[in-house]
Design a protein around this ligand. Sequence first.
Ligand code: HEC
Length: 164
Amino acid sequence: MKKILLALAIAGATGLAVSSLVAATVDEASPIFGVKIPHGYREWQMIGVAHEAGVDELRGVLGNATAMKAYRQHTLPFPDGTVLAKLAWKHVPLPGLNGAFVTGASTTVQIMVKDSKKYAATGGWGFGRFIDGKPADEAQHKTCFGCHQAHAGDHDFVFTRYAH
Ligand code: HEC
Protein backbone atom coordinates (compact mmCIF):
# COMPACT_ATOMS: atom_id res chain seq x y z
CA MET A 1 0.00 0.00 0.00
CA LYS A 2 2.83 2.36 0.88
CA LYS A 3 4.36 1.69 -2.53
CA ILE A 4 1.12 2.58 -4.28
CA LEU A 5 0.77 5.82 -2.33
CA LEU A 6 4.37 6.69 -3.08
CA ALA A 7 3.84 5.96 -6.77
CA LEU A 8 0.75 8.16 -6.78
CA ALA A 9 2.63 10.93 -5.01
CA ILE A 10 5.53 10.76 -7.47
CA ALA A 11 3.18 10.57 -10.44
CA GLY A 12 1.25 13.56 -9.16
CA ALA A 13 4.39 15.56 -8.53
CA THR A 14 5.97 14.82 -11.89
CA GLY A 15 2.83 14.85 -13.98
CA LEU A 16 3.33 11.25 -15.16
CA ALA A 17 0.30 9.18 -16.09
CA VAL A 18 -0.90 7.76 -12.78
CA SER A 19 -2.38 4.63 -14.30
CA SER A 20 0.84 3.47 -15.93
CA LEU A 21 2.90 4.06 -12.81
CA VAL A 22 0.46 2.21 -10.58
CA ALA A 23 0.34 -0.65 -13.05
CA ALA A 24 4.11 -0.95 -13.01
CA THR A 25 4.14 -0.92 -9.22
CA VAL A 26 1.39 -3.34 -8.33
CA ASP A 27 0.53 -5.29 -11.43
CA GLU A 28 3.63 -7.46 -11.79
CA ALA A 29 2.75 -8.39 -15.36
CA SER A 30 5.48 -9.21 -17.88
CA PRO A 31 6.39 -6.62 -20.52
CA ILE A 32 5.10 -7.19 -24.09
CA PHE A 33 2.75 -10.05 -23.08
CA GLY A 34 1.14 -8.88 -19.83
CA VAL A 35 1.49 -12.34 -18.30
CA LYS A 36 1.31 -12.63 -14.50
CA ILE A 37 2.36 -15.39 -12.13
CA PRO A 38 -0.84 -17.45 -11.85
CA HIS A 39 -2.40 -17.93 -8.43
CA GLY A 40 -1.99 -21.40 -6.99
CA TYR A 41 0.60 -22.54 -9.55
CA ARG A 42 2.58 -24.35 -6.85
CA GLU A 43 -0.35 -26.77 -6.43
CA TRP A 44 -0.19 -27.81 -10.09
CA GLN A 45 1.03 -31.21 -11.26
CA MET A 46 4.52 -31.96 -12.48
CA ILE A 47 5.03 -32.43 -16.22
CA GLY A 48 8.77 -33.06 -16.11
CA VAL A 49 12.14 -31.79 -14.97
CA ALA A 50 15.02 -30.25 -16.89
CA HIS A 51 18.70 -29.56 -16.47
CA GLU A 52 21.12 -27.40 -18.44
CA ALA A 53 24.81 -28.28 -18.24
CA GLY A 54 26.86 -25.49 -16.78
CA VAL A 55 23.90 -23.66 -15.24
CA ASP A 56 23.81 -23.88 -11.48
CA GLU A 57 20.11 -24.75 -11.34
CA LEU A 58 17.58 -27.53 -10.93
CA ARG A 59 14.29 -27.08 -12.79
CA GLY A 60 10.77 -28.42 -12.74
CA VAL A 61 7.88 -27.74 -15.12
CA LEU A 62 4.31 -27.75 -13.81
CA GLY A 63 1.03 -27.53 -15.69
CA ASN A 64 -2.49 -26.42 -14.85
CA ALA A 65 -5.41 -28.83 -15.33
CA THR A 66 -5.82 -27.92 -19.02
CA ALA A 67 -2.12 -28.57 -19.64
CA MET A 68 -2.16 -31.94 -17.86
CA LYS A 69 -5.21 -33.11 -19.78
CA ALA A 70 -3.59 -32.10 -23.09
CA TYR A 71 -0.35 -33.90 -22.23
CA ARG A 72 -2.15 -37.09 -21.20
CA GLN A 73 -4.33 -37.10 -24.30
CA HIS A 74 -1.45 -36.09 -26.61
CA THR A 75 -3.41 -33.01 -27.73
CA LEU A 76 -1.39 -30.74 -30.00
CA PRO A 77 -1.52 -27.82 -30.38
CA PHE A 78 -2.20 -27.17 -26.70
CA PRO A 79 -5.69 -25.71 -26.17
CA ASP A 80 -6.36 -22.13 -25.10
CA GLY A 81 -6.21 -21.90 -21.31
CA THR A 82 -3.08 -24.08 -21.07
CA VAL A 83 -0.61 -22.58 -18.61
CA LEU A 84 2.91 -23.93 -18.05
CA ALA A 85 5.17 -22.91 -15.17
CA LYS A 86 8.88 -23.55 -15.22
CA LEU A 87 10.40 -23.24 -11.76
CA ALA A 88 14.14 -23.08 -11.20
CA TRP A 89 16.14 -23.28 -8.02
CA LYS A 90 19.77 -23.13 -6.97
CA HIS A 91 21.55 -26.46 -7.18
CA VAL A 92 22.82 -27.02 -3.63
CA PRO A 93 25.40 -29.72 -2.76
CA LEU A 94 24.66 -31.92 0.25
CA PRO A 95 27.55 -31.70 2.69
CA GLY A 96 29.31 -35.04 3.16
CA LEU A 97 27.58 -36.71 0.20
CA ASN A 98 29.79 -36.14 -2.79
CA GLY A 99 27.79 -35.44 -5.95
CA ALA A 100 24.35 -35.26 -4.31
CA PHE A 101 22.32 -32.10 -4.76
CA VAL A 102 19.01 -30.70 -3.57
CA THR A 103 17.10 -27.56 -4.51
CA GLY A 104 17.99 -24.28 -2.85
CA ALA A 105 16.57 -20.78 -3.25
CA SER A 106 14.29 -20.01 -6.18
CA THR A 107 16.06 -18.34 -9.11
CA THR A 108 13.25 -17.79 -11.63
CA VAL A 109 9.63 -18.59 -12.34
CA GLN A 110 8.75 -18.64 -16.05
CA ILE A 111 5.23 -18.83 -17.37
CA MET A 112 3.72 -19.64 -20.76
CA VAL A 113 0.00 -18.97 -21.33
CA LYS A 114 -1.85 -20.26 -24.39
CA ASP A 115 -4.30 -17.80 -25.94
CA SER A 116 -4.28 -18.30 -29.69
CA LYS A 117 -6.01 -14.99 -30.49
CA LYS A 118 -4.28 -12.68 -28.04
CA TYR A 119 -0.80 -14.08 -28.74
CA ALA A 120 -1.25 -14.97 -32.42
CA ALA A 121 2.07 -13.30 -33.32
CA THR A 122 4.03 -15.62 -31.01
CA GLY A 123 2.56 -18.99 -31.83
CA GLY A 124 -0.39 -18.46 -29.47
CA TRP A 125 1.83 -18.21 -26.39
CA GLY A 126 2.32 -15.33 -23.96
CA PHE A 127 5.53 -15.39 -21.93
CA GLY A 128 6.54 -14.15 -18.49
CA ARG A 129 9.84 -14.43 -16.64
CA PHE A 130 9.92 -13.48 -12.96
CA ILE A 131 12.72 -13.12 -10.45
CA ASP A 132 11.57 -12.77 -6.82
CA GLY A 133 8.08 -12.18 -8.19
CA LYS A 134 9.16 -9.25 -10.39
CA PRO A 135 8.98 -9.48 -14.17
CA ALA A 136 12.25 -9.40 -16.09
CA ASP A 137 12.82 -6.58 -18.58
CA GLU A 138 11.47 -6.20 -22.09
CA ALA A 139 14.77 -7.17 -23.74
CA GLN A 140 14.58 -10.61 -22.12
CA HIS A 141 10.96 -11.05 -23.19
CA LYS A 142 11.94 -10.36 -26.79
CA THR A 143 14.06 -13.53 -26.76
CA CYS A 144 11.46 -16.05 -25.54
CA PHE A 145 9.52 -16.93 -28.64
CA GLY A 146 12.55 -16.95 -30.98
CA CYS A 147 14.26 -19.77 -29.12
CA HIS A 148 11.07 -21.77 -28.48
CA GLN A 149 10.17 -21.38 -32.18
CA ALA A 150 13.61 -22.41 -33.43
CA HIS A 151 13.97 -25.48 -31.22
CA ALA A 152 10.47 -26.66 -30.25
CA GLY A 153 8.50 -25.70 -33.36
CA ASP A 154 7.47 -29.33 -33.90
CA HIS A 155 5.79 -29.52 -30.47
CA ASP A 156 3.72 -26.32 -30.38
CA PHE A 157 6.80 -24.36 -29.16
CA VAL A 158 6.95 -26.37 -25.91
CA PHE A 159 10.12 -28.27 -25.02
CA THR A 160 9.02 -30.25 -21.98
CA ARG A 161 7.67 -33.75 -22.53
CA TYR A 162 5.44 -35.58 -20.08
CA ALA A 163 7.66 -37.55 -17.67
CA HIS A 164 5.75 -40.76 -16.94
C1 HEC B 1 17.87 -19.89 -25.72
C2 HEC B 1 16.62 -20.62 -25.70
C3 HEC B 1 15.49 -20.18 -24.79
C4 HEC B 1 15.03 -18.91 -24.53
C5 HEC B 1 15.57 -17.59 -25.03
C6 HEC B 1 13.88 -19.07 -23.66
N1 HEC B 1 13.64 -20.38 -23.41
FE1 HEC B 1 12.09 -21.15 -22.34
N2 HEC B 1 12.89 -22.98 -22.52
C7 HEC B 1 14.04 -23.32 -23.22
C8 HEC B 1 14.33 -24.74 -23.03
C9 HEC B 1 15.53 -25.50 -23.63
C10 HEC B 1 13.34 -25.25 -22.20
C11 HEC B 1 13.20 -26.69 -21.70
C12 HEC B 1 13.42 -26.79 -20.21
C13 HEC B 1 14.77 -26.36 -19.74
O1 HEC B 1 15.78 -26.65 -20.40
O2 HEC B 1 14.84 -25.75 -18.68
C14 HEC B 1 12.42 -24.12 -21.92
C15 HEC B 1 11.27 -24.25 -21.20
C16 HEC B 1 10.41 -23.22 -20.91
C17 HEC B 1 9.15 -23.37 -20.22
C18 HEC B 1 8.48 -24.69 -19.87
C19 HEC B 1 7.66 -25.17 -21.09
C20 HEC B 1 8.55 -25.72 -22.21
O3 HEC B 1 8.58 -25.12 -23.32
O4 HEC B 1 9.22 -26.73 -21.98
C21 HEC B 1 8.64 -22.11 -20.03
C22 HEC B 1 7.36 -21.76 -19.32
C23 HEC B 1 9.60 -21.19 -20.61
N3 HEC B 1 10.65 -21.88 -21.16
C24 HEC B 1 9.44 -19.81 -20.62
C25 HEC B 1 10.34 -18.95 -21.23
C26 HEC B 1 10.24 -17.50 -21.15
C27 HEC B 1 9.17 -16.75 -20.40
C28 HEC B 1 11.28 -17.00 -21.86
C29 HEC B 1 11.67 -15.55 -22.09
C30 HEC B 1 11.80 -14.69 -20.94
C31 HEC B 1 12.03 -18.14 -22.39
N4 HEC B 1 11.43 -19.29 -21.99
C32 HEC B 1 13.15 -18.01 -23.18
C33 HEC B 1 14.76 -22.49 -24.01
C34 HEC B 1 14.61 -21.12 -24.06
